[in-house]
Design a protein around this ligand. Structure first.
Ligand code: AMP
Ligand code: ZN
Length: 115
């Protein structure tokens, strides 16, 4: 997809520092590190959101999500993590190429996602 930043990362046009990858997904640090370790799990192919993602990719998505979360917990000494996925503009989706957010969490980190 032209002008899709995540497609450009996937094709190598924009170089990225990958945390983990498998055949259909890769993960990278989010450019916004307001929550330390914030990472994105990105599909290598362009699908707009969760509704467009083929079910068959579910196992690989989980593999990339789990391995990324494990690496982040180790690196940032986190005790847990949140998985966030914005779908459509109203829900906060800015990049229209499927991705999950992984947010490492620590005791008393002051993050309150649901308020
Ligand atoms: P969303 O609002 O779910 O579409 O999230 C898009 C995310 O992509 C935001 O958290 C941005 O900070 C992140 N982002 C945008 N550009 C880049 C980039 N060049 N490298 C890493 N993350 C990015
Ligand atoms: Zn794309």
């Amino acid at each position: 997809m032209e002008d899709c930043i995540f497609c450009k990362m996937s094709s190598g046009e924009i170089p990225v520092k990958k945390i983990y990858e498998n055949s259909n997904f890769f993960s990278i640090p989010d450019i916004n590190q307001e929550i330390k370790g914030h990472a994105l799990v990105i599909c290598k192919k362009h699908f707009e959101n969760t509704l467009n993602l083929p079910n068959i990719l579910g196992a690989e998505l989980l593999d990339c999500t789990k391995n990324t979360a494990l690496k982040l917990m180790k690196e940032y000494h986190a005790e847990g993590f949140n998985i966030l996925n914005n779908n459509f503009k109203i829900a906060g989706q800015i990049v229209n190429h499927f991705h999950l957010h992984i947010l490492p969490r620590k005791k008393d980190d002051g993050v309150n996602l649901l308020s």
